[in-house]
Design a protein around this ligand. Structure first.
Ligand code: GLN
Length: 454
């Protein structure tokens, strides 16, 4: 009830939610009854959960921020949602996002932007700005997001929250409306590292419905976070800092906060080691070929026949209806990426664009492999600037894309990354995050390090 009241009080300004559940209280009361009857429930039982609208749910509409899916009711729950329900979490509502998770500001939502609770004139990050803003504004204690190039970590950075992108395959993608299938991962957003770890424990693990789901047994992430909070884990930990990421690319307050966090780690016994990742800087360029290619293919299913919006074209052919429906149903950024993707995949260009991007992807993976032979984790600023103003980058896609310069390589390599608050930037008083990256399957290490810094 407290969260529903808070939503009623502030969401008119923040607009974190696209839909608020009308039966969350019933679900919560049912958990109370089960607990009263002596049932052993997990640590998150009864805790409200905000769910990014990219995740399908049977009891609330799922739009992925797009007009083409307005009002769409899924016949099944995403695996992560089913697991959250089974653990007793109480879905509060669906959160706003850039259309089909394309964006870094939530301004590309077909339903209007979300605002940053720290300053309502600024963006909450994206694409998962709704989940991060809901958590930052106390409209939810914890949330689910998805991260294809930074959509959990960059919103966490600009809202002073924690955001974790798990190892690729560590969390099921079943029921996460696909953006780029080789990059997408679902993960938690929260106010503390321990909260993210607890939710990650609930959603992790093999899912036969997801062909790329790992079969690994995962250690307890919550145990790792609790261990990390003692600070012991930092002694002797080797933290890599990338030589090719010069301070100059970052807002002064972001660079200063990053250096201050490194000093804190060092003071607690960590060793800072300079490493080289020469191909890291080509991540954004490779991503904007691989992502549109995969997205253009994934979005082909929105054909107005199977589901979603259908616009009638009197006297028109089925192709006319499909074309008109997609024209009306998709926003500009989605169309831009479909055009880029189909172009990059077309005969004669495939090798030059998509093929080259895949090679760059391999080089970035090798950079990470070489780095992790020397260090336990890599640290970077989570994003180059603090929250920018609404409207500031909306007409300049390249500037918008460059926001993800430090998060994108992590998705390209399939390794886990976490953004943890590292303070406020001196010049504007806005939150800044530090990103830690670990080798594949070492997600627990990130909770240990993140909790130690917190
Ligand atoms: N901002 C990036 C993009 O626009 C990342 C999106 C994401 O992670 N879903 O593609």
């Amino acid at each position: 009830q407290a969260h529903l009241d808070r939503i009623a009080a502030v969401d008119g300004d923040v607009h974190a939610y696209l839909h608020v559940s009308d039966h969350a209280l019933d679900v919560a009361q049912d958990i109370d009854r089960r607990r009263a009857a002596g049932e052993q429930l997990g640590e998150l039982a009864g805790v409200p959960l905000a769910i990014k609208d990219v995740l399908v749910t049977t009891d609330m509409p799922s739009t992925s921020g797009s007009k083409i899916l307005e009002g769409f009711m899924s016949p099944y729950d995403a695996t992560v949602v089913a697991r959250a329900r089974a653990a007793g979490l109480v879905p509060l509502g669906k959160t706003n996002m850039d259309e089909f998770a394309m964006g870094s500001s939530t301004e590309h939502s077909a339903y209007g932007p979300t605002r940053n609770p720290w300053d309502l004139e600024r963006i909450p990050g994206g694409s998962g700005g709704g989940s991060a803003a809901a958590v930052a504004a106390f409209e939810a204690p914890i949330a689910l997001g998805s991260d294809t190039g930074g959509s959990i970590r960059q919103p966490a950075h600009v809202t002073g929250t924690v955001g974790m992108k798990p190892t690729y395959g560590g969390v099921s993608r079943y029921g996460a409306i696909a953006l780029a299938s080789s990059l997408d991962q679902v993960g938690p957003v929260s106010r503390t590292v321990l909260d993210s770890a607890l939710l990650h424990d609930v959603i992790a693990g093999h899912d036969p419905h997801d062909a790329t789901s790992l079969t690994d047994a995962w250690p307890s992430f919550a145990a790792a976070a609790r261990e990390g909070a003692t600070g012991e884990g930092l002694k002797g930990l080797k933290v890599g800092v990338i030589r090719e990421l010069p301070d100059s690319g970052f807002q002064a307050g972001v660079a200063a906060s990053f250096r201050a966090s490194l000093a804190l780690l060092e003071a607690q016994g960590a060793e800072i080691v300079e490493i080289s990742a020469p191909h890291f800087e080509y991540g954004v360029a490779a991503y904007y070929l691989i992502l549109p290619a995969e997205a253009s293919s994934n979005l082909a299913k929105f054909d107005s026949v199977r589901f979603g919006l259908r616009v009638d074209v009197p006297g028109g052919t089925v192709e006319d209806v499909m074309a008109r429906s997609r024209d009306v149903g998709f926003g500009d950024e989605v169309k831009r990426r479909i055009i880029l993707g189909t172009y990059a995949l077309s005969a004669g260009y495939y090798d030059a664009y998509y093929g080259s991007a895949q090679k760059v992807r391999t080089l970035i993976q090798r950079d990470f492999d070489a780095a992790f032979a020397q260090v336990d984790v890599i640290a970077t600023p989570s994003a180059p600037t603090t929250a920018f103003r609404l409207g500031e980058k909306i007409d300049d896609p390249i500037q918008m894309y460059l926001n993800d310069v430090t998060t994108i390589p992590v998705n390209l390599a399939g390794v886990p990354g976490i953004s943890v608050p590292s303070g406020l930037a001196e010049e504007d008083g806005l939150p800044v995050g530090i990103q830690f990256v670990a080798p594949a399957r070492e997600d627990a290490r990130l909770y240990r390090v993140g909790a130690a810094l917190e």
